[in-house]
Every structure is written in structure tokens, then in C-alpha cells.
Write a protein that binds this ligand. Structure first.
Ligand code: BV8
Length: 231
């Protein structure tokens, strides 16, 4: 990897699978008989806030399980960033905190974070990792009168976070590495093509080959193939 200067790494649910967090494709993308795409939307939150609060409360509670820890793939990326000489950006579609807990620093959680909530009145974001469970009665501390909050998650139909920063990094990357993502959700699914158009070498590391086109591919469990790739 020494021949590259500017790297963008994109991760998806597959990198957290070996830490024990279910991917979206597990149970065919279903949660309690609901399609994830139906629960992770502003319309669902409007129509049935209790269901949506519950969906995220359950997933946030999973993060508190001491058995859920960064795996060798997360740690290998944190080490790669520490040793990297040029610019390094880790863009994750995951809403868990495993990259941050593994020591990665330049992380863009483009689909938001389970451990954060956003005030419905002011848009202010607060850390709720200590609170754990939120619902319509959980009030912000930023407004008077206080307002309810929503999970700080990017739902389907909403614009992902820090897109300007991501697009800028992709335009300057000379290597793009996609790890543990099925490449079915846009705009993330389009990042490899964007980077390749600008001349970047593109690599896919995944359990199985996806329909995405990459210059190189390595396939197997992330905990095996990511440490090997970065070595
Ligand atoms: C937007 C937070 C406009 C929620 C998420 C029709 C065509 C094209 C696009 C669209 C369309 N209709 C609608 C759209 C847009 C839509 C979209 O792409 N829909 C899809 C379903 C077609 N996108 C949006 O709405 C986005 N917003 O487009 O706004 C815009 C954009 C830019 C600028 C201006 C305007 C917003 C999308 C964000 C949705 N929120 N997450 C939550 O978490 O609850 S998406 C959510 O699903 C995840 O974050 C993730 O991104 C996605 C799941 O994908 P993966 O992470 O890849 O997970 P998956 O299970 O699918 O795959 C896991 C992979 O790991 C597999 O390949 C597997 O083989 C591998 N694996 C498994 N185990 C392992 C492993 N690999 C290694 N080791 C293992 N052990």
C-alpha cells in the first residue's frame, strides 16, 4: 500500500458482523417482521414513532453488551490510519461505534450514529450513549420550552451526513477500499465508480463478491482478510 498517498475506506454492516452485530441482509433485511427500509424512514417515524424509537432503542442497547467489541478488522483499519503518511478518511455506513472504539480518528459516520439523538426543534445533536432508551417523552436540554428528539440516524430519503467532505476525499483518492458492504444503498454504492473515474485504484473486501466493479477483490470474513490486506 506504500505506493498510495490518499485513501478512502468505506465500510458497511459486514465489518461489524464478526463483532456480533447483525447485518441488514441477515433475516433478509427484516426486523420483527418489518422491512428495515419501512422502519428507517421519516414517514415511519411520523406514522408510528413508538415503533421507530423501539427499533433504535433495541439496536443501541445491543452496543452496551460487553460481548460487542471491535474485531481485528476494525483494529487493522485503526492501525493503518496511524501508520498512513498521506490523507486517510474512513467513511462508514454503520451506525454503531465500533470504529471509534477501535481508535480510528478520521471517521465519517455518513448514516448517523445510534449513540446520538437530534432535537426536533433546533436540530442540535446530543450524545445519548448514557441514556440508552429514548421515546417521545425524552426532552432535549437545548430549547425552552424543551422539545422531543429523534435518533440521529440518516433514514431512507434523507441526505447522508458530510457528503461534501466525502466527495472531496473521493476526488483526490488514489486508492478506494470497500469493506463489508453489499453496495445496494446509494449514494455510498456509487463511491467506487466516483473514485475510479478520478483515477483511483479500487478494491473490494467482502465475504462474497458483490455486483460492484472493482480493480481488485479479496473475499472472506473481514477479521481474516482486512488484517492481511493492510499488512
Ligand atoms: C439519499 C441508517 C438523496 C438506518 C441507512 C432507487 C435506486 C437507487 C437509489 C434509490 C432508489 N430508491 C431510493 C433510493 C435512494 C436510497 C437507496 O439507495 N435505496 C436503496 C434501498 C435502493 N438511498 C437513500 O435514501 C439515501 N439518501 O439518496 O438522499 C441524496 C443523496 C445525496 C445527495 C443529495 C440527495 C439514504 C440512505 C441511508 C439509509 N440509512 N442506515 C439504520 O441503520 O437503521 S442504510 C443501511 O442499509 C446501512 O447504513 C447500510 O448503508 C445499508 C445496508 O448496507 P450494508 O451495510 O452493505 O449491509 P448489508 O447487510 O446490505 O450487506 C452486508 C455485506 O457484508 C454483505 O455484502 C455481506 O456479504 C458482507 N458480510 C457479511 N458478513 C461478513 C461480510 N463481509 C465480511 N465479513 C463478514 N463476516
Amino acid at each position: 500500500m506504500g505506493e498510495y498517498r490518499n485513501i478512502v475506506v468505506l465500510t458497511g454492516a459486514g465489518i461489524s458482523a464478526e463483532s456480533g452485530l447483525k447485518t441488514f441482509r441477515d433475516n433478509n433485511g427484516l426486523w420483527e417482521k418489518h422491512r428495515v427500509e419501512e422502519v428507517a424512514t421519516p414517514e415511519a417515524f411520523e406514522a408510528n414513532p413508538t415503533l421507530v424509537y423501539q427499533f433504535y432503542n433495541q439496536r443501541r442497547a445491543q452496543l452496551k453488551d460487553s460481548a460487542i467489541t471491535p474485531n481485528p478488522a476494525h483494529l487493522a483499519l485503526a492501525d493503518l490510519e496511524k501508520a498512513w503518511k498521506g490523507s486517510f478518511l474512513l467513511v462508514t455506513q454503520n451506525v454503531d461505534d465500533l470504529h471509534q472504539r477501535s481508535g480510528s480518528v478520521n471517521v465519517v459516520p455518513m448514516h448517523g450514529q445510534l449513540n446520538q439523538a437530534r432535537c426536533l426543534n433546533s436540530g442540535n445533536v446530543s450524545d445519548i450513549s448514557g441514556v440508552g432508551v429514548i421515546d417521545a417523552r425524552t426532552l432535549c436540554s437545548c430549547c425552552n420550552p424543551q422539545s422531543a428528539m429523534r435518533p440521529d440516524i440518516v433514514w431512507f430519503g434523507e441526505i447522508p451526513q458530510q457528503m461534501g467532505r466525502i466527495e472531496q476525499a473521493l476526488s483526490q483518492a488514489d486508492i478506494f477500499v470497500s469493506i463489508g458492504t453489499s453496495g445496494q444503498v446509494y449514494p455510498a454504492a456509487g463511491f467506487a465508480a466516483l473514485a475510479s473515474e478520478k483515477g483511483a485504484h479500487t478494491v473490494e473486501l467482502n465475504l462474497e463478491q458483490t455486483s460492484g466493479s472493482f480493480h481488485q477483490g479479496f473475499y472472506g470474513p473481514a477479521s481474516d482478510i482486512v488484517p492481511e490486506f493492510v499488512a
